[in-house]
Design a protein. Sequence first.
Length: 430
Amino acid sequence: MTLKEIAEITDGKIIGNKDIQVERFEFDSRKVKGNTLFIPLKGKRDGHDFIEDAFKNGAVATLTEKVLNPHFPAIHVNDTMEAFKKIALFNRKNFRGKTIGITGSVGKTTTKELLSHVLSRKFTVHSNIESYNNLLGVIHTLANLKPCDIYIQEIGTNSPGEVKALTKLVKPNIGIVTAVEPGHLEGFKTLENLIKEKFSLLKNTEIKIAPSHLTKEENILTFGKGGIAEILNANFSPEETTFTAKVNNTTISGKVKVPGKGILNAVLITLIIGNILKVPYNEIIEQIETFKPPKWRMEVLKLKKVTIIKDYYNANPASMKNAIDVLSLYQNPKVAILGEMLELGNHSEKFHEEIGKYLTEKGIEEAIFFGKNSAFYLSNFNGKGYYFNNRKEFMNFLRKFNFKGKTVLIKGSRGNRLEDVENIIKERFQ
């Protein structure tokens, strides 16, 4: 795409060479590479302040709302975010492949990554990077969408109406609800409101897929007990999950190198989609067996004398229990390092207390809790527990704590920034 074409799409004015070729669009100057058009957005910081950095990293041009000095190649627009959205809508309008939209309280990214991994054996597949599932993430993904067979997009939400708005942009042919569990209740107040929000993704899709316990509608393909795809048997070990599933009356067995029952919904969804797209079951299983979990989601890291279970991208009560289940599979002493679960609103105290009790039921010997609401974990935990609300004190404690010979689960909401915990343990034991 040339600057001239982009200017026509965005109703912008070209400054410089109109024939410059652009291959990608990026709003983060640190992620800019060659042949990139930089999109400076206004938020807590003004992206226009990073235009020079973007050019140093390989940008060939930039959008701008301001007069630039020095005069970089640019397209002047009234609103860079609206211009970015126009590029995204143009790409979606001209896309000719199938589009899969995925929403749910847990499992969106893992399902997207498993589907991409399996389907890429037979098709060309484009999906959103990382967890780009809000308005900006969807726009970024659509703007960078290239011709392919299948486009897969996660759709997230933390406020009513967000799924509907994002679905309108993505226009999925196939809609998937992975699960609906307590999470983001601060914005939705009740689980019923959250279910309604998630299911709004399916309204105009040709193919609809959802958990069997959440719907009885005949036009929805369901997975889980009594659905067209269900798990007949599963065995869990610290590093993998073996399963036998039934899909459309066909029995299929396999394994996946991801521990815990949380992966099984993604497996069932992938078997359903693969079957719809006429991928043989044996090929689906072969791909599933080579799948590795996404970053910070049920990754197992073995260090000298310490094993770390990294599952700290985000947390809600369901994913927290799944992670604790995985920790309980280990025979050596176990430590849970849990950050608080955010956005639970008035339900926060109850859900944190439930997790504290669950740690005890699963035989977890030691636990270290961080964050204001994590005090409620401690109130119901019968093992050896430690609580911190001061980050500096928390980190200093971890630098001295005896992790030797233990398996350590690191789990919490994204706002806890628990990657710092992993780094401290790695510094001590790598």
